[in-house]
Design a protein around this ligand. Structure first.
Ligand code: HAM
Length: 420
């Protein structure tokens, strides 16, 4: 029999490390919950057309990285490579935008799939926590989202990250810039693939990591010089709100992002301890996406933070999250009668909100105490026949090693009091 392994580019989250992932998701979600964002969950797959139209026909995500397939029923679906198109699709389908209460603010957490070349920080299955604010054009909303992401990272203790900020213009000024850029790029010495990119998505060429390309880009027209007055004023307001909030950012004219739906504000959070996969999160405004997928005009803004890379960033900064021990009390029964009684104690502890576990499988005292140690429990409750005859259990403080008898019917209260 062959044994199976996790598919290439994926990995399993297993205890104790998995607790870190939960804590990271929680830390990212907390500021969102606190700021009027409601939780949304959408399917892991969608009609493939949604991403082709939403994310963009010419993007790497759609052309190379999507897990697209045809079902037995003949539907063309794709595992979701990102969350924004799905969330907007769901909001439109549920008519959330017609509730008269815009923006619709939503947050989500889940698995995403991209058929990428795996390396550290880049996986084929990864997880994001994201937020979308749908249906309002207000620089304060862009600023709010960036501030909340900053707050989430700081609450985890991260400090070695930078916020890159740019404006991609709107449907008035970007086409003018695009033409100018195309004119410039067509005069360069580029390979065939890149020349094709110049035709389809010239802004992406600015993002090319190769030195040979970057060298030629010196003197390329800058979007900054083409922004219309409306976009300029909007961007300036976002910048001022961020500065007033004490959020430090860097202007990065070359920040383009790998998805086609962005307009105006775009940003990326990069961590300096992560090597080549340094983007821990990113987002921006997508004022045209709703119309691209058949909805009404709904200017919107959002971001998604990568959970996997955030965990790597914590490791890079040597941050150990203070995770509460998963078990506070471990029960060790000696004998049949004690097994029944202590199982009852554990059940009562759990009902009282105390995290408790039990020595299963009829282990002897030595083995059971080993399990108690491993569980990280602060207290162990041990009982044998003689204890039960006396109406007590032994309560052992695992930190001090001290042990004392406690009346059986008082043990739950006693432990609760001790744990504070
Ligand atoms: P994105 O920049 O493609 O944006 O992804 C956001 C984050 O997801 C990245 O910064 C990274 O941390 C993580 N990520 C992406 N791909 C991988 C991968 N292969 N392995 C590990 N982590 C990965 C979006 O997805 C947009 N939907 C963000 C957004 C929301 N824009 C507006 N609203």
């Amino acid at each position: 029999m062959t044994t199976f392994q996790a598919p290439k580019g994926t990995y399993d989250l297993i205890p104790p490390d998995s607790a870190k992932y939960l804590a990271v998701r929680e830390a990212i979600a907390a500021p969102l919950r606190n700021s009027g964002y409601g939780y949304i969950e959408t399917p892991g797959f969608e009609n493939v057309e949604l991403f082709a139209r939403g994310v963009g026909e010419s993007t790497d995500i759609v052309t190379k990285e999507m897990y697209a397939f045809e079902t037995k029923g003949g539907d063309r679906l794709a595992l979701r490579p990102e969350g924004t198109a799905s969330v907007l699709r769901a909001a439109l389908e549920a008519n959330l935008h017609k509730s008269g209460n815009l923006p619709v603010k939503l947050w989500y957490s889940g698995s995403y799939y991209r058929y990428e070349r795996p390396q550290k920080g880049r996986y084929r299955h990864f997880s994001q926590v994201g937020a979308e604010a749908i249906g309002a054009e207000d620089p304060a909303l862009d600023a709010e989202l960036i501030i909340l992401a900053d707050q989430a990272y700081r609450s985890l203790g991260l400090s070695d990250f930078r916020i890159l900020l740019n404006s991609l213009g709107d449907k008035e000024c970007r086409p003018v810039y695009r033409d100018a850029l195309q004119g410039f790029l067509r005069g360069l010495d580029l390979d065939e693939d890149t020349r094709r990119r110049v035709d389809i998505n010239p802004l992406r060429v600015l993002d090319d990591k190769r030195d040979s390309v970057q060298k030629q880009l010196v003197g390329a027209p800058l979007l900054r010089d083409y922004l219309c007055d409306g976009c300029k004023a909007y961007h300036e307001e976002v910048r001022e709100l961020l500065t007033a909030a004490g959020v430090v950012f860097e202007d990065d004219e070359k920040l383009v992002r790998g998805l086609d739906y962005y307009t105006r504000t775009t940003f990326e959070f990069v961590h300096d301890g992560l090597g080549s996969q340094s983007a821990v999160g990113g987002g921006g405004r997508y004022d045209g996406l709703s119309e691209m997928i058949g909805g009404p005009a709904l200017p919107s803004v959002g971001w998604a933070l990568g959970v996997d890379r955030t965990v790597l960033a914590l490791e890079a900064e040597g941050i150990e999250l203070e995770l509460p021990a998963s078990t506070s009390v471990f029960a060790v029964p000696l004998g049949e009668e004690a097994r029944r009684v202590l199982f009852g104690v554990v059940t009562r502890l759990r009902k009282a909100g105390v995290a408790a576990d039990f020595s299963y499988g009829g282990k002897g005292l030595k083995g059971a105490m080993k399990s108690a140690n491993r569980s990280g429990a602060r207290y162990t409750v041990v009982a044998g026949e003689r204890d039960l005859a006396d109406g007590v259990v032994q309560l052992k403080d695992m930190e001090s090693g001290e042990q004392a008898p406690v009346a059986l019917d008082a043990v739950v209260e006693e432990i609760r009091a001790k744990l504070g």
